[in-house]
Each structure stands twice: as structure tokens, then as C-alpha cells.
Design a protein around this ligand. Structure first.
Ligand code: GTP
Ligand code: MG
Length: 443
């Protein structure tokens, strides 16, 4: 894969459509476009109608809308041509075949346009990831988060930390590299303060309960409760279809059953689990173990109990509630008494899976709780970022406990490198820039 090649690809989805967009990027984009149109290039960034001609046999391929983006004002930063052709399979195939026959042009590899945009400084790595997430987004909240990341909200936070650390590093390095020069003594203490403040912000970012990652992958909701309480019935009601088997036999559900749902724009994975009880039978016992495990990992627990049953069987369910959770009192259609708003300090909602009563209220509370948890504002979205930030934080902690400037500077270097890996900025030139800009050493 040669980055100086000129590449082309179908940029819209494959298949039949009203229009299809073919992009060409690289040095040969202009000559190739000229040859396809057999006319001069149109004015930059203006949509024009042109016939596309097959250069081999001179026959017309399609009447297209053509836009010419001379570099660097283009998506990739290179010369880019966009051909908006009619979206039929044969049209697309003939245009791609004509491009394939053009000299010094080749089909693009996966992600190659965006990779070039990164290499040419059009976006950082978090933005490239945001773009991938935006294309994959299936719910409204995922779209909003991805767009925020594409707009550079995450990259801005990481770059700001990195800039402050680079500056601290430059100051610490200056303290021993240029020991004979007149350096203000507060430089080191200021550097230490700056590092401590970045470290704090980073910790808050890391302690966000993985909400950004959850929004990418879906918040985890676990339905737990004693056997026969109506857990699978609730799961089916939430999913709007028969996902899990419902029966009046206690112990019907034995494994964890998951559905992915879009609740008011929020991606949620709901897990129905085996009824909690002490059993000797090995398969059901394993199911109960998995149910407890799910409850421990969940972002929201829905503890379902049968409002008509002996409360004694609810004890373990109530014990597992805590953190973000709701007690769902089911089968209100069989109850003569009203359900209390709280039970043992847990917020309670009465519903009937049979009649649907209370279900809207429950759904609204679930959306509230998951929405609160996922929250607003840029959040860590990927394990890759978390790993790099954790590494960076470790280096900053070691920096704080080291007395010799040489070793301390080495830890800062390590921290800056780890942060730079997130956005894809790993150069040393800017450290030198700060040194020379701030100190004017050697006049
Ligand atoms: N009257 C009434 N019956 C219900 C309601 N919800 C569920 N049931 C019945 O309760 C029984 C148990 O329902 P399930 O949904 O299978 O209960 P579960 O909690 O998943 O049970 P296990 O998987 O065995 O732990 C079934 O016979 C359901 O039809 C309700 O709101 N009202
Ligand atoms: Mg069940």
C-alpha cells in the first residue's frame, strides 16, 4: 500500500440506490477526472453536471454530478474528485471498471481515505474512531456521542492534557539540561502542580463508570428475582416479542437470555436470568450463579418479585439490589392492596405483565436511570483510550514520587507518549518548541 498512490472507491453503500458516490483521491485525481469528462476540471467545490465517458471506447457511462476538491481543502487533504452517479449496479460497475483501467489509479483499501485524512492532519485518531462510531451508530444517543467525538471533543481534552504535560516536561528538562542558565526556581514546583492538576482531571475521566464505553456497547440491565416472579414476562414486554419462555413452572429460565434494545435512543442490553433460589440440581444451580454474576456487573438491576407471593422468597433479591436499581412488584392484577413506593429503602414500581398496567411508568424510570448514568459530556469511549490513560496516570504517579529531575522527566516523557498514542500525536519536536519559546536559551 503506497500512500502516494491515487485511490478510488464506492463511498456510498453497495447495492441499488437513487445515487451512488464514487471518490477518487490523490495526485492523479485531477487528470483522471479530466479524462473521464473529456473536459477541463470544474471550478473547485462546485457541483456540476457532466457526462462520464469511458476513455477506452468513447461511450457514455452515465450523466453524473461531479465535484472537484483540490487539496488540501478536501476530506483526505489530497486532490479529491467525487462522482455522484445513478445508483444502479451496472452504472456503478461500469464507472468503477473505467477507473480501474485508468493509469496510476487503484482501488482503495478499507479505511484508506480516512487514514490519509489522519496522515495529512485532517483529523486525529479519536476523530477517526468517532467517524467509525458515527457510521455504526444505531441509536440517537450513540449518534450524539459519536458526532461529539468526530467534532474533536475527546481529542481536545487529551490534547490539552498533553500540552500541559509537554510544558511541564520541558520545564523539568530545562532545569537539568540548562543548569547554568538563569531559571526561575518556581519552575519545578509549577510543573509539579500542573502535573497534579492533569492527574486529577484524568482520574475523574477514568472514574466515569465506563459510561462512554457503555454507550458504544449498550448499558447492561439485569432482570433478577425469585422463580416465577415474571422476569421472563417482563423481558418479553420490554422486547415487544417472545424472547424468553414463560411458564408457571418455577425454574423455567436457566441460562442468561439477552436482548439488545433501543430505549428512547439509549442502547441497552437487557438480560433475563434464572430465578434466585437454593437448588441442588447442577444446571439450575449454574443458572443461579450466572444470575448473581449478572446482577454484580449490571449498570441497572431490575429486581422482579411476585406481589402475591410470600415475601420471604424475595430476601436474596432485595439484598442484591443497591446502586442503580428498581424493585418491580409484578402481578398487581392479582393484588388487592396498593404497592408501596418503597420497600426496604428500594424504589418500588407496581406492574402487571398480564394487563400492561404500570409498564409505561416503569419504562420511563428505566430510561431516566440509564440516561442519567450515560450522561452528557465527552466520555471515554474505548478500551484503547482507557489503557493509554491508565498507563499515563501510572507514569504521573511515579513522577510525583521521584526526587531526581532526570528520572522525573523520564516519567513525564512516558506519560506524554501514552497520551499521544490516543490522538496519534507522537512527536518530540513540540517539546523543543516549548523550550525555545519559553526560555530563549542561547539568545
Ligand atoms: N396474573 C399474572 N400472571 C403473571 C404476570 N406476569 C407473569 N405471570 C405468570 O407468572 C408465571 C411465571 O412467569 P415467568 O415470566 O415465566 O416467570 P420467571 O420469573 O421468568 O420464572 P423463572 O424463569 O422460572 O424464574 C407465568 O405463568 C406467567 O404467565 C402478571 O403480571 N400477572
Ligand atoms: Mg424466566
Amino acid at each position: 500500500m503506497n500512500p502516494s498512490d491515487t485511490i478510488f472507491a464506492l463511498s456510498s453503500a453497495p447495492g441499488k440506490g437513487g445515487i451512488a458516490v464514487v471518490r477518487i483521491s490523490g495526485r492523479m485525481a485531477g487528470p483522471t477526472l479530466r479524462q473521464l469528462m473529456q473536459r477541463d476540471l470544474p471550478p473547485p467545490r462546485r457541483a456540476v453536471c457532466r457526462s462520464l465517458i469511458n476513455p477506452i471506447d468513447g461511450r457514455t457511462l452515465d450523466h453524473a454530478m461531479v465535484i472537484w476538491f483540490p487539496g488540501p481543502s478536501s476530506y483526505t487533504g489530497e486532490d479529491v474528485a467525487e462522482l455522484h452517479v445513478h445508483g444502479g449496479r451496472a452504472v456503478i460497475a461500469s464507472v468503477l471498471a473505467a477507473l480501474g483501467g485508468a493509469p496510476n489509479v487503484r482501488p482503495a483499501d478499507a479505511g484508506e481515505f480516512s487514514r490519509r485524512a489522519f496522515v495529512n492532519g485532517k483529523m486525529d485518531l479519536t476523530q477517526a474512531e468517532g467517524l467509525a462510531d458515527l457510521i455504526a451508530a444505531e441509536t440517537e444517543a450513540q449518534r450524539v456521542q459519536a458526532l461529539r467525538q468526530l467534532d474533536g471533543a475527546l481529542g481536545t481534552i487529551y490534547d490539552d492534557w498533553r500540552r500541559r504535560l509537554v510544558r511541564a516536561q520541558a520545564h523539568v528538562e530545562a532545569a537539568f539540561d540548562f543548569a547554568d542558565e538563569e531559571l526561575p526556581p518556581e519552575l519545578i514546583s509549577e510543573a509539579a502542580e500542573a502535573v497534579a492538576s492533569v492527574r486529577q482531571g484524568m482520574q475523574r475521566h477514568l472514574d466515569d463508570g465506563r459510561r462512554g464505553e457503555r454507550l458504544r456497547d449498550g448499558a447492561q440491565v439485569a432482570i433478577i428475582g425469585p422463580p416465577n416472579a415474571g422476569k421472563s414476562s417482563l423481558m418479553n414486554a420490554l422486547a415487544g416479542r417472545d424472547v424468553a419462555i414463560v411458564s408457571d413452572t418455577a425454574g423455567t429460565t436457566r441460562d442468561v437470555i439477552e436482548v439488545h434494545l433501543d430505549l428512547d435512543g439509549l442502547p441497552v442490553t437487557v438480560a433475563d436470568t434464572a430465578g434466585l433460589r437454593e437448588v441442588s440440581e447442577t444446571v439450575e444451580r449454574e443458572g443461579v450463579r450466572r444470575a448473581r454474576h449478572r446482577a454484580a456487573d449490571a449498570d441497572l438491576i431490575l429486581g422482579v418479585v411476585d406481589g402475591t407471593a410470600d415475601p420471604e422468597i424475595n430476601r436474596e433479591t432485595l439484598e442484591l439490589l443497591g446502586g442503580r436499581s428498581l424493585l418491580v412488584i409484578n402481578k398487581t392484577d392479582l393484588m388487592t392492596t396498593k404497592t408501596p413506593p418503597h420497600v426496604d429503602g428500594h424504589e418500588a414500581i407496581g406492574i402487571s405483565c398480564l394487563t400492561g398496567r404500570g409498564f409505561d411508568r416503569l419504562l420511563a424510570r428505566v430510561v431516566d436511570l440509564v440516561g442519567d448514568f450515560i450522561g452528557e459530556g465527552p466520555a471515554l469511549t474505548r478500551a484503547r483510550h482507557r489503557a493509554a490513560l491508565t498507563e499515563c496516570a501510572g507514569a504521573l504517579d511515579r513522577f510525583a514520587s521521584i526526587a531526581t529531575p532526570e528520572l522525573a522527566a523520564e516519567e513525564l516523557r512516558h506519560a506524554v507518549r501514552a497520551l499521544g498514542r490516543i490522538t496519534g500525536r507522537v512527536d518530540v519536536e513540540d517539546i523543543l518548541d516549548v523550550i525555545f519559546r519559553d526560555f530563549c536559551i542561547g539568545k
